[in-house]
Ligand binder design. Structure first.
Ligand code: C5P
Length: 232
């Protein structure tokens, strides 16, 4: 019997977002009438491609159960972990019985609410025949400096520098074993870095610049502006 390949989304949402200086984790701040995480999840659902979305939530999170989307039939709640990579691994384990090793997983930050269905489909169409998988990324327009203390010690060749965004798309089995092999390694700040440690070369797919990550207070106004001007 042949198994048809499925697509799963994993959303790490167990961070506290210290740089926002807010009274609650940044994914629960209000943005255009909803919380940040509701926008993110509704946009992933609107892509109409995922078998389910596994969301990693902190054990001490009182906000998540209050959201209607938390009981959506396609949403699975998993326990968050100490670091982002731990949260992603926990979410992957929560769908172990449902997913096959060859299925694709798209990992997307809860804090990137401006993701569009266009970008999700662009990533999938670009990588679905690839051996390894890859990530949405943006080239750097600024000149990049290598700094020690507050002094510049060099200028990087920006033609080789890309900014990693999400979603990041990898096969379930390869992603899980790569994250397990890298457990506890502080250099693993995204999924691609876990695969790089295995000697693999994930691809980059140019993403949209409006797919910002909410990190600082001013990012909420910028996200609202982008949302009002997106029409796909
Ligand atoms: O802090 P940063 O913006 O890099 O976090 C990226 C994403 O990872 C956020 O959606 C955050 O909620 C999530 N995260 C997590 N578990 C952690 C730390 C961060 O799910 N322990």
């Amino acid at each position: 019997m042949t198994h048809s390949i499925k697509f799963w989304a994993v959303v790490p949402a167990a961070g506290v977002g210290k740089r926002m200086n807010a009274d609650r984790p940044k994914q629960y701040l209000e943005l255009a009438g909803k919380t940040v995480i509701e926008h993110t999840l509704l946009r992933l659902l609107s892509a109409e491609v995922f078998a389910a979305i596994a969301v990693a939530i902190s054990g001490e999170d009182p906000y998540w159960p209050e959201l209607e989307v938390s009981v959506h039939e396609k949403i699975i709640t998993a326990a968050g972990g100490k670091e982002r990579a731990d949260s992603v691994l926990s979410a992957l384990k929560s769908i172990r019985a449902l997913a096959s090793d060859n299925d694709w997983v798209l990992v997307h930050d809860a804090a990137r609410p401006c993701i569009t269905a266009t970008d999700i489909h662009h990533l999938i169409d670009s990588l679905v025949s690839d051996e390894v998988g890859g990530i949405l990324a943006l080239s750097s327009h600024d000149t990049l400096k290598n700094v020690q203390g507050n002094g510049i010690v060099g200028t990087l060749d920006r033609s080789h520098i890309w900014r990693a965004l999400t979603p990041q798309m990898f096969r379930y089995g390869l992603l899980k074993t790569s994250l397990e092999a890298a457990e506890g390694n502080p250099a693993i700040t995204d999924e691609a870095s876990a695969l790089e440690l295995q000697g693999l070369q994930p691809k980059i797919v140019e993403g949209r610049p409006d797919n910002i990550k909410i990190t600082r207070p001013e990012d909420l106004a910028l996200a609202q502006f982008y949302m009002e001007h997106q029409n796909d």
